[in-house]
Write a protein that binds this ligand. Structure first.
Ligand code: PEP
Ligand code: MN
Length: 264
């Protein structure tokens, strides 16, 4: 089967737009449960809770994630608040642990999408899974790498695919942490209209102020949803503090979105 033949009806089981929200990193059980509680109590339609368990960091000696213990906290979030859960996997061991812990949705991060050996290893570990797997765009603006990563997954029978547009690295000084470079994401959508695409405004912006505009722009061009970082106390976050928002601010952002029903 080829990518173009995928129907990807899995996304129809979720509300439209599909919002995935939660902290950049799992830090502690109480941080996870408090954030989940506040997202739930915000009454926003958010079916999936995200948290990074293993964190790829640019430099060593930073916080590199809590590791497998965080999978227990994701389980608790699911049991206590009814969210589906999502986390990043960056090697085969991550995949085995996440599948064992029954994480519902997995994603491949931007730093992994750039590496064909890494993607192949992840794809083989995921062989035949029915769980949705999102592929973030590679850090560099290379459409072929993004497509190639999905082809590797499909080659292992992973058919419930999605794409995450998280922006592209640049050495220029811009207002974005990662420039959106919409054309690349739109070229992807044009070639594979059946593969659900969501935006990650948090990693595009790197700050709180730009999130609403980027998310709206994605809705305007017919994206199916967004992954947005949210923490009960963003300033205290152990990673990506400057871009995380409280569940209350998140709920307001979502309620202000104008959705193009014809496209989604
Ligand atoms: C993340 O989602 O927290 C993350 C590390 O993202 P990216 O792979 O887009 O940098
Ligand atoms: Mn992050």
């Amino acid at each position: 089967m080829e990518l173009k033949e995928l129907k990807n009806e899995w996304v129809n089981e979720f509300p439209k737009p599909l919002i995935i929200a939660g902290p950049c990193s799992a830090e502690s059980e109480s941080q996870m449960l408090q954030t989940a509680k506040e997202i739930k109590e915000s009454n926003a339609d958010i079916p999936v809770f995200r948290a990074g368990i293993w964190k790829p960091r640019t430099k060593p000696n930073g916080f590199e994630g809590v590791g497998v213990i965080g999978l227990n906290w994701l389980k608790k979030v699911k049991e206590e608040y009814g969210f589906k859960t999502a986390t990043e996997v960056a090697n085969a061991n991550h995949v085995f642990a996440a599948l064992e812990a029954d994480v519902d949705i997995l994603w491949i991060g931007a730093r992994s999408t750039v590496n064909p050996f890494t993607v192949q290893e992840i794809a083989v570990a995921l062989r035949g899974t029915k769980k949705p797997v999102f592929v973030k765009n590679p850090v560099n603006p290379d459409l072929a790498l993004w497509i190639g990563a999905m082809e590797r997954l499909l080659g292992q029978g992973v058919e419930n695919l999605g794409a995450i547009h998280r922006g592209f690295s640049t050495y220029q000084k811009t207002k974005y942490r990662n420039i959106p470079n919409w054309q690349i994401a739109l070229d992807f959508r044009h070639q594979f209209p059946n593969i659900p695409m969501i935006v990650d405004p948090s990693h595009i912006c790197g700050n709180r102020t730009g999130l609403a505009a980027i998310t709206q722009e994605a809705m305007n061009v017919g994206y199916q949803g967004a992954m947005i970082e949210s923490h009960f106390s963003p300033d205290d976050a152990w990673s990506d503090a400057s871009q995380q928002i409280t569940p209350a601010v998140l709920a307001e952002l979502i309620s202000n979105l104008k959705i193009r029903n014809s496209d989604i």
